[in-house]
Design a protein around this ligand. Structure first.
Ligand code: NAD
Length: 373
């Protein structure tokens, strides 16, 4: 098998889908690896480091020529895949809903596109889950960005010149990113509270030393749906949640929102009227800004100011920690390909549970039920 690693094309994308570590591991499986020149620069991995690991380095056309498997962080333009073997796999975060035309182009070009963000949430796929590995870093970075924009300190400080009080941070949505945001804000010395629609998170919040803020005594209170994901909540719940948040948010200095619902736009958690009740100088980071936003007015990739409150709309937060996010993403891809590596066939062979979940195109057609449905 010839595995090609492309230099990312998307503007501002610094990550790379393989590292010298995973290159060595692919070679140990019996594959050859070709890396596009400069692919690792944004993540501080030189061509020489890839070559030392055993990779062939070259321009894109040479690297892709005869490739069986092409690895990416995001999906490339279809033209970049010219010369790959018919039926070659493209393994990357493909954003199929937003990039449907590109998925059709992959199909027409005979590429078998595998959307890694559609990996099912099952125990055996945990180590292959790019959403988790990247969200974890995003949750950490969100707090650092908030701290950098905040004109006050996070920890309480007792000094000869007087006391600085601790910042109050509120984390909305306690999945992978939210848990890391709680831990990071705590480490910086903030007083942290958090909320989620899944009641299982209450204990997790407490175990990190933060205070759970939860809607109680409302019908349909449990927001945990299939696969551990959240579901959309009843109107009654949403109203109760809005009231609770209104009372709480006015006293917060830092708010980090991370709430997502798979296959749906992100839920709106904070309104402009609620922002207006916050103290001037407060900071909100909306990690869901790329998926429609939890915060009214948040713009992905921009920091805006409303009612004296800074609102940071996240964009590719994990990508700003390119070395670590690349290392984790690359391991996710290796864990995936190696788990399915069939020694006799000398190539990966997927099973139905995972294959059907992530396969977007095959045999010249779009085959994903999610995309067709
Ligand atoms: P996510 O990114 O889909 O959503 C982030 C959080 O927002 C979730 O906790 C969700 O419950 C919450 N949320 C949704 N709507 C909300 C609302 N209206 N108000 C407040 N919060 C809201 O979730 P995630 O980070 O991917 O993780 C969700 C769960 O799945 C976690 O328990 C995680 O450990 C689990 N998980 C399991 C696997 C696996 O087994 N392979 C992989 C990833 C995550």
């Amino acid at each position: 098998q010839r595995i090609a690693v492309l230099r990312e094309e998307a503007a501002g994308e610094r990550r790379v889908a393989a590292t010298p570590e995973t290159v060595k591991k692919y070679i140990a499986l019996g594959a050859t690896v070709a890396v596009e020149a400069g692919a690792g620069i944004g993540a501080s991995v030189s061509d020489a480091a890839f070559a030392d690991a055993g990779a062939e380095i070259g321009p894109r056309a040479q690297v892709v020529a005869g490739a069986d498997i092409i690895l990416g962080i995001q999906g490339p333009e279809v033209a970049s895949l010219a010369g790959a073997k018919p039926g070659a796999w493209l393994v990357a975060g493909l954003n199929p809903f937003a990039e449907k035309a590109r998925m059709e182009a992959y199909a027409a070009a005979g590429i078998e596109a595998l959307a890694m963000e559609w990996m099912p949430r099952i125990t055996r796929a945990q180590s292959m889950d790019i959403l988790s590995s990247q969200s974890n870093l995003a949750g950490y970075k969100a707090v650092l960005l908030a701290a950098a924009e905040y004109g006050r300190a996070f920890p309480m400080m007792m000094t000869a010149a007087g006391t600085v009080s601790a910042a109050r941070a509120f984390i909305m949505g306690v999945g992978v990113a939210g848990l890391q945001a709680i831990a990071t804000a705590r480490r910086l010395g903030a007083q942290v509270s958090a909320t989620d629609v899944r009641s299982a998170t209450k204990e997790q919040i407490q175990s990190l030393g933060a205070k759970p803020i939860f809607v109680e005594n409302v019908k349909g209170i449990e927001g945990e749906g299939s696969g551990g994901y959240a579901t959309e909540m009843s109107e009654e719940y949403q109203k109760a949640q809005a009231e609770l948040v209104s009372a709480h948010i006015a006293k917060q200095d830092i708010v980090i929102t991370t709430a997502l619902i798979p296959g749906r736009p992100a839920p709106r958690l904070i309104s402009d009227a609620q922002i207006a009740t916050m103290r001037a100088g407060s900071v909100i980071v909306d990690l869901a800004a790329e998926s429609g936003g939890n915060v009214e007015g948040a713009v992905s990739g921009k920091t805006i100011e409303k009612h004296g409150v800074k609102i940071i709309g996240a964009k590719n937060m994990a990508g700003t920690l390119a070395a670590d996010s690349s290392a984790l993403f690359s391991r996710n891809l290796y864990n995936f390909l190696s788990a399915f590596w069939d020694k006799e066939a000398g190539k990966p062979v997927l099973d139905a549970e995972i294959g059907d979940a992530i396969r977007v195109t095959q045999g010249g057609k779009i085959v994903s039920a999610r995309l067709l449905g």
